[in-house]
Design a protein around this ligand. Structure first.
Ligand code: AMP
Length: 130
């Protein structure tokens, strides 16, 4: 089976707006953000479902989510950071971290047909990067 887009991001084959990386996890900006700063945290192992991760990788993903979520709360102009796991599109588990202030902002559905605004993403990644 071909590597998913997230394995290609881990290998560097596909560029990403990286925020954080360690030996088990990677965090990068979603290119179709629900709100500015929307970040995805993924394990480096290509496991489809979050709860199929072994405990060590699961805890590593959650630890990175906490680290990055805390930075999002400190850095972005938002009252909350929402956490969501859907996995409808990419078969590689990922935790969405979404800064928001109102319920409408959290529930907003971006139009994925729009081209990503890489300039804006790059500026946000620079503020958030560890
Ligand atoms: P889902 O699988 O439904 O939880 O959503 C997958 C998410 O991955 C969507 O929010 C996409 O915008 C995002 N996404 C897809 N490809 C990329 C990419 N190359 N870089 C960053 N985010 C991506």
């Amino acid at each position: 089976m071909a590597d998913s887009i997230f394995m290609q991001i881990i290998s560097g084959e596909v560029p990403s707006h990286k925020i954080y990386e360690d030996d088990k996890t990677l965090a990068f900006l979603d290119i179709n953000p629900v709100q500015p700063g929307h970040t995805l945290v993924i394990p480096k192992k290509p496991i489809t479902y979050l709860w199929d991760l072994d405990d060590e990788d699961y805890m590593a993903v959650m630890h990175t989510a906490k680290l990055v979520g805390t930075k999002l709360r400190q850095t972005m102009d938002a009252e909350h950071v929402g956490v969501k796991v859907e996995g409808l599109d990419v078969p590689h588990t990922h935790v969405h971290l979404i800064p928001f202030s109102t319920p409408e902002e959290f529930r907003y559905i971006p139009d994925h047909r729009n081209a990503p605004d890489h300039e804006a993403l790059m500026a946000i990644a620079q503020k958030l990067a560890f």
